[in-house]
Design a protein around this ligand. Sequence first.
Ligand code: NAI
Length: 450
Amino acid sequence: MTDAYTRFVRSAPGKAIAKRTGLPRPARLPRRADRPGTVLGPAVVLGHGEGAEQITRHLLGHGADVRRRVEELRKVGTVVLVLDEIAAPAELSATLLPLAGAMRSLAPGARVVAVSRPATGEDPARDAARGGVEGFVRSLAHEMRAGGTANGLQVADGVGLDAPAVLGALDFLLSARSAFVTGQFLTVSRDAGTAPADPARPMAGRTALVTGAARGIGAAIARTLAADGARLVLLDVPAAGTELARLANELRATPVQLDVTAADAGDRLVAFLRERHLVLDSVVLNAGITRDKMFANMTPERWDPVIAVNITSQITLMDTLLAAQQQDGDVLGEQPRVVSLASTSGIAGNTGQTNYAASKAGVMAFVDALAGRLEPLGGTANAVAPGFIETEMTAKIPPLRREIARRVSSLQQGGLPVDVAEAIGFLASDPAGGIQGRTLRVCGQNIVGR
Ligand code: NAI
């Protein structure tokens, strides 16, 4: 699915005009269907120490051609910068600068991932170096070309770079599953989570609930989780019953017609799950609505439903599921993964979206607090903040604003529902066990916010 402008600048005359005038020329982003493998070769691992050795061994395990010196390669598909041991900003250059000469040799859709550690407030020089990695990655992402991405992986002190949680997150960032994620950091805060038995089906053996599943991003999440091997419970409002039933048939999923804002929604869901002996390993809280209006014209009719659907329903649903689990068990699996939908509007704010941004900023704070409640169960809670994604929701934005929203990102295009779904698929799976209370932006490094 490409927009009209992108189709034009990819045509022969459009290409010539765009080149002459400096208009944006959005690249084709590689997605899992085009590039199913994890590592785009050849790969180079820059950096020293045990961590660099561990990452090298891991990439070799994927069958990749892996080098330790970038000069050995004329074309580079993957670069991993291993910076876990840096102690001062002056040490950054030894690992980073060898990449400078190779920037023009990066293959289309190349991946650069910097593996470092988060600042801890204990050592000013070391924190300055660790903070420096963030500035570097966010800037490099702006300079990537041809659909390439640059991201960071921050691994808490004490967690080895060979932990399954680290390697799982690295694989996500290296693969085509992260096509619309760039300029972002994933933080692995603990050594938890396991490598999937079958990497091609990381959700095999897990049961996942997806709310708002009948269309748009929710339907893409359902399709992605099904392809990853999950058994699915798909929830949407009764009015979307026909679309929901069609999708459930296609994916051999269990449909449930429920308005998440109904006072008894949680209880009805628990009863439904118990009746069918369904235990949820992953819960994807996707149902959401917009009712945009400038704040000067805001009314309760526009404010209240947005808060009710986008955040209050999530709080109530999780409260009910956790209470039922504590009381009689058999509602949530052993290491439940909760993933909620935030939005870049909740990070940076947006004109006409005071209600929506309040609800989505609420989601980010909610998953952070919920993570603490799930931790004793071995569970996690995280959010994904999509930027501009091509869906029915964004098709309603006036054409000029829609066109600007698409172009103001490093990747110069809107994302597809599948891009959000892939990030959710990762956070909902076993290997994401080390990521806790975070929000991952899937926005092509939209200039909105950080
Ligand atoms: P959509 O409008 O295409 O789909 C939303 C789905 O949620 C629909 O199937 C709808 O029936 C369902 N739903 C709404 N109220 C419900 C309720 N009370 N109970 C049960 N189901 C309900 O929206 P889209 O674009 O797929 O968005 C999905 C999520 O992603 C939302 O949370 C949205 O806020 C978020 N998002 C979307 C972005 C985009 O660019 N499309 C950007 C940022 C966030």
